[in-house]
Design a protein around this ligand. Structure first.
Ligand SMILES: Nc1ncnc2c1ncn2[C@@H]1O[C@H](COP(=O)(O)OP(=O)(O)O)[C@@H](O)[C@H]1O
Ligand SMILES: [Mg+2]
Length: 119
């Protein structure tokens, strides 16, 4: 719904940001390590991020650290750890990472600079 006051999640509800969507999508698919989405409040930053990530086939975790800040007045690594842990559990349960998990299941061991761990 176009005039819904919530953060938009779907492409069809988000208008006139094709250029920004393409630039963000390009950055994510190229594996850029840092992407900044900057702008004044309520300009559509969160919507841009969600709509774009929902439109491409990559697993992602969306973390709004403001909720941690609001409840603790600071952002502790402990609170972040639990948030990420929770989100990963939900993502795994949703089946979105099933391909990665299937792949990991077939790994018999790893070797780093001669140090080897085998199952
Ligand atoms: N291009 C757009 N199309 C549709 N709705 C938009 C657009 N940009 C912003 N909005 C709406 O404006 C409000 C603020 O957007 P939001 O993504 O929360 O902004 P920000 O994260 O920059 O504060 C939300 O209701 C959102 O749905
Ligand atoms: Mg926002």
């Amino acid at each position: 719904m176009l005039f819904d006051e919530a953060v938009k999640e779907k492409m069809e509800d988000f208008y006139d940001r094709e250029e920004e969507i393409n630039r963000l999508r390009e950055g994510v698919l190229r594996g850029r390590r840092l992407i900044l989405v900057l702008g004044v409040r309520r300009i559509g930053k969160s919507s841009l991020v969600k709509v774009t990530l929902n439109s491409i086939d990559v697993p992602f975790l969306y973390i709004d650290v403001r909720s941690v800040y609001r409840s603790h007045n600071y952002i502790s690594s402990y609170a972040l750890h639990y948030m990420v842990d929770d989100l990963i559990s939900n993502l795994v349960a949703s089946g979105k990472w099933s391909r990665i998990i299937d792949y990991i299941k077939h790994i018999r061991g790893i070797s780093v600079y001669g140090v080897e761990v085998k199952n």
